[in-house]
Design a binder for this molecule. Structure first.
Ligand code: AMP
Length: 185
């Protein structure tokens, strides 16, 4: 089995930026399901057309679709050879259960929760001004995070692979904290 790392965090926590830096440092493949969906939207594929409407209002794309996409991607040679850092997946308990099935029954090697308070991520998302960052969509995504994704922290804790990292501070400070957690694991 390749090395499997997961990074969790509210939208706007900086996890996408940090995931890209970590993937480079540890030589694993960075898989962002949000980026994959945005690429599908930009390419105008059938998946993209379906996903766009869901993403625009801040809802989650269906578990079956997401699990299918990730399952297929994880079986590719580059990931089998180098390992993977999952960013944005799993986001629901059903997705986490599916991931465990894909991995042959176990959890990932390590799941990091990049922790940034709600007030701070809201401020950051409004400042980045992405197309899907309307006030309503931001509020909806944060609600869904608490309802659907926060329970995953217990899922990972039960499998003894959860670490929580403070996501406040400069990019360099946060990267140093994340690297230390991975190095000591
Ligand atoms: P992100 O770039 O991770 O913030 O994802 C952007 C949007 O893509 C989310 O608001 C969801 O609509 C959708 N999305 C990304 N990953 C998932 C996932 N694992 N499950 C469901 N929806 C997802």
């Amino acid at each position: 089995m390749p090395k499997v790392l997961v990074i969790l965090g509210r939208q706007g926590s900086g996890k996408g930026t940090q995931a890209a830096l970590l993937a480079e440092r540890y030589g694993v493949i960075h898989i962002s399901t949000g980026d994959m969906l945005r690429a599908a939207v930009a390419a105008g594929t059938e998946l993209g057309l379906r996903a766009k409407a869901v993403m625009d209002v801040g809802n989650l794309v269906g578990d079956d679709i997401m699990i299918g996409i990730v399952d297929e991607r994880l079986s590719s040679d580059d990931i089998q050879a180098n390992g993977v850092l999952l960013d944005g997946f799993p986001r629901t308990t059903a997705q986490a259960d599916a991931l465990a099935r894909i991995l042959g029954g176990s959890g990932p090697d390590l799941a990091i929760n990049l922790d940034v308070p709600i007030a701070e991520v809201t401020k950051r998302m409004l400042a980045r001004g992405r197309g899907d960052d309307t006030t309503e969509a931001i509020a909806r995504r944060l609600d869904l995070y608490e309802a659907e994704t926060a329970p995953l922290l217990e899922w990972f804790e039960a499998r003894d692979c959860l670490s929580v990292v403070d996501g406040l501070g400069t990019e360099e400070e946060v990267f140093a904290r994340l690297s230390q957690v991975i190095d000591t694991r």
